[in-house]
Ligand binder design. Sequence first.
Ligand SMILES: Nc1ncnc2c1ncn2[C@@H]1O[C@H](COP(=O)(O)OP(=O)(O)OP(=O)(O)O)[C@@H](O)[C@H]1O
Length: 245
Amino acid sequence: MAHEAVQLRHVTRRYGTGGGAVTALDEVSLDFQHGTFTAIMGPSGSGKSTLLQCAAGLDRPTSGSVAVGGTELTGLSETRLTLLRRRQIGFVFQAFNLLPSLTAGQNVALPLRLAGRRPAPARIREVLERVGLGERMRHRPAELSGGQQQRVALARALITRPQVLFGDEPTGALDSQTSREVLTLLRDMVRDEGRTTVMVTHDPVAASYADRVVFLVDGRVDGELCAASAQEIAAQMAQLEDVTC
Ligand SMILES: Nc1ncnc2c1ncn2[C@@H]1O[C@H](COP(=O)(O)OP(=O)(O)OP(=O)(O)O)[C@@H](O)[C@H]1O
């Protein structure tokens, strides 16, 4: 494919005005290539979540441009942006955000229902099987472990076959063993299905599952590592946190 999966050019996001204004992102330019797994790291308040929200079309930059799958988001109406998000983007958060009264299968079907489509039961089963939960279709969230709930949330994000999957601390609420299972699943999906994945994390071990780690400091890109170990990533983070203290 000719274009990047996600392209940010000189993206600035400012909150507020006057003396109390905060520049959460400051002229960030980044490309996320098709079929790659990128982790975004940086000290608290460095702009990681803002970057993800702008890249996913959930927030609009103050200036600069974002393109997803070759479509420029700047200037799209809210309706067209919503349609693009539904078709091309999946999102998983630290909180699983499942509806407690719905079964796993019904939760997974929700994005299609919201788009006015009738989900085929076979497709729901296929996606739940992909995350290892084919037998749990009729279970409600309270009957599932944290890791299983996050896998249902992942299946829900994948039901529309998005080009790009964004995760904001997707393993932040999981113990280390369960985190590893979810991260392995994410990495396998990138490798086997070419699902471009961008994940914010505080955890160097989680980041080591990615092909590339981009570091943010004060809303700017401050270096990156490729195919790095958790130790290398932790060392880089310690250095950045020292500098910003
Ligand atoms: N809605 C908002 N209104 C005002 N300021 C905001 C808003 N959202 C974020 N900020 C500010 O923008 C900066 C970047 O925030 P952001 O949440 O992107 O950082 P982060 O790196 O994800 O932080 P953390 O690791 O603590 O979650 C911070 O200074 C934050 O206080």
